[in-house]
Design a protein around this ligand. Structure first.
Ligand code: COS
Length: 370
């Protein structure tokens, strides 16, 4: 049911806008409103906090279907669900959940995730933004970079250092309202892909955050980041899968229509082998993604499997989009056939929420530790 609902919506309302949104780097405000009406801005948020109360598999399916139409629109969906709602649902106390989840899940507010800094990205434990407790407020100072959705967001899950001496054990997480004085969002960056979603730097100068907005306890920040990224990586795997599926479907169709040497190019084994490899890789990635989501839904450890799903799906997505462009030949290199957009969008899935190199580290460490 969720696949049908999301596919209908994505096909009729999202896909027709995708090219224009990308070309004009236009934030899909109307589509975000529609996704909220469909319950997609808080897919896994319990119903009592205004969400749809669904499981991770449903969420992955929703992300895949929206990404199949427009990967930028999916970035907005993923940022809000995985990186804002999820840490508040998992680590928030009752007042925090009651205050912040309903507006996020209903699409009245948008969330973003402030972890990456000039010297902390892959090295997530090296956050330098400081938060000093003075009375009943933290005073926050620092800079964040590459923050997805920041231009439109209202609430930031911010990673800070509350103890300078203790590296990752000195990290904490704050829920920060972005209209607080001293909080500045920089300009939207020009990017290769997912261009209808914003990516900005953040500057925090003596931003006063109520102490009650501490998520978990002081020193829990690194683990909150890692746990949030574990489930976030399942969504990025699903996004990569959606992009790959779109490119594959377009290549399949094109190969049946393009006539060369008096026959459709799909009659050539060279093309058939490409299509076979593309489809097989997509299925493999889909099963890894579903498996990671299933483990999470059953409360089982899933760091390794989420990393495997993201690694495989993102690399498959780039492989498939490249082959799809090759099958389209010169047409694929133009904007008219959409596969160049899919290829540009696929590229980021190997980078954000942990590069492929980081996923390999997470996977290898999990075996070496066992
Ligand atoms: N869930 C909960 N706890 C976790 C965890 C997870 N997935 N991964 C690590 N931890 C905990 C460990 O249990 C350990 O705790 P103790 O110190 O109490 O034993 C601690 O964190 C350190 O674990 P470990 O040494 O295995 O992890 P590392 O610090 O070596 O992890 C990498 C290093 C690089 C793998 C990690 O920092 C990482 O994933 N970085 C990438 C972050 C990222 O994706 N950035 C992209 C920007 S966000 S878009």
């Amino acid at each position: 049911m969720i696949r049908d609902m999301c596919r209908d919506f994505a096909t009729s309302e999202v896909a027709p806008l995708a090219r224009e949104l990308d070309s004009n780097r236009r934030y899909p405000a109307h589509l975000v409103k529609r996704m909220a009406e469909l319950g997609l801005m808080g897919v896994c948020v319990p119903e009592e906090y205004g969400g749809a109360g669904m499981d991770t598999i449903s969420y992955a399916i929703a992300v895949e279907e929206i990404s199949r139409a427009c990967a930028s629109t999916a970035v907005v969906l993923i940022g809000n669900n995985s990186l804002a709602c999820s840490p508040i649902s998992s680590f928030g106390n009752e007042p925090q959940k009651k205050k912040y989840l309903p507006p996020l899940a209903k699409g009245e507010k948008l969330g973003c995730f402030g972890l990456t800094e000039p010297h902390a990205g892959s090295d997530a434990g090296n956050v330098q933004t400081t938060a000093k407790l003075e009375g009943d407020c933290y005073i926050v100072n620092g800079d964040k970079i590459f923050t997805s959705n920041a231009a439109e967001a209202h609430i930031c899950i911010l990673f800070v250092r509350t103890d300078r001496a203790r590296r990752r054990r000195g990290m904490s997480t704050l829920i920060v309202e972005m209209d607080t004085p001293g909080f500045t969002v920089g300009g939207n960056m020009e990017k290769l892909g997912v261009r209808a979603s914003s990516t900005c730097d953040l500057k925090l100068e003596n931003v006063k955050v109520p102490a009650e907005n501490l998520l978990g306890g002081e020193g829990d920040g690194y683990k909150i980041a890692m746990k949030t990224l574990d489930s976030g990586r399942i969504a990025i795997a699903a996004q990569a899968l959606g992009i790959a599926t779109a490119a594959f479907e377009k290549a399949l169709q094109f190969s049946k229509e393009r006539i060369q040497f008096g026959k459709p190019i799909s009659a050539n084994q060279a093309i058939q082998w490409m299509l076979a490899d593309m489809a097989t890789e997509i299925e493999a990635a889909r099963w890894l993604t579903c498996h990671a989501a299933w483990l999470k839904d059953h409360g089982r450890p899933c760091s390794r499997e989420a990393a495997m799903a993201k690694l495989k799906s993102s690399e498959v997505s780039n492989f498939v989009c490249n082959k799809a462009l090759q099958i389209h030949g010169g047409y694929g290199y133009t904007e008219d056939y959409h596969v160049e957009r899919h290829l540009r969008d696929a590229r980021i899935t190997e980078i954000y929420e942990g590069t492929s190199e980081i996923q390999r580290l997470v996977i290898a460490h999990s075996y070496l530790r066992d």
